[in-house]
Design a protein around this ligand. Structure first.
Ligand code: MN
Length: 144
């Protein structure tokens, strides 16, 4: 059970809260950066698969948000590549899907995504999904 009673900003190392967002729509990307930024995450934005892959290799984020429809590569193909890399495969990947259709969830999970969010992404859905994938380490300092 989670609650937001504590107004204190949990101060964690910036390394621990880096998220790479691979999304070619600048408005969506900006919105996600703002939503995650308000929760203390540092978002590195990439607008295509190639630069997104580079950003993941360079930044070693704690989580990746992956648009499924990218200009240069299928986001699910890129997810498979990331999940095939022993140095990256532990990083949770959340697929972002437009025009949510029956079967999206299965397709995303089959490609190795840890979860998926249909667009438009809401702040509460985004933050709860990210927090549940990252667990207590990133969401709260209470308990152990
Ligand atoms: Mn797209």
């Amino acid at each position: 059970m989670k609650d937001g009673h504590n107004g204190d900003r949990v101060h964690t190392d910036e390394m621990a809260t880096k998220v790479v967002c691979i999304e070619d729509n600048p408005q969506n990307s900006r919105l996600i950066r703002k939503m995650l930024g308000s929760a203390g995450y540092h978002v590195i934005e990439a607008s295509d698969g190639a630069s997104g892959h580079e950003a993941v290799l360079r930044e070693r984020p704690v989580l990746i948000l992956m648009d499924v429809n990218l200009p240069d590569v299928d986001g699910l193909e890129l997810t498979q590549r990331i999940k095939a890399n022993p140095e990256l495969q532990h990083i949770p990947v959340v697929a972002l899907t437009a025009n949510a259709m029956y079967g999206d969830r299965e397709r995303c999970l089959a490609a190795g995504c840890n979860d998926y969010l249909p667009k438009p992404v809401t702040k509460s859905m985004l933050l709860s999904t990210v927090a549940s994938l990252l667990g207590d380490a990133a969401s709260t300092a209470a308990g152990s």
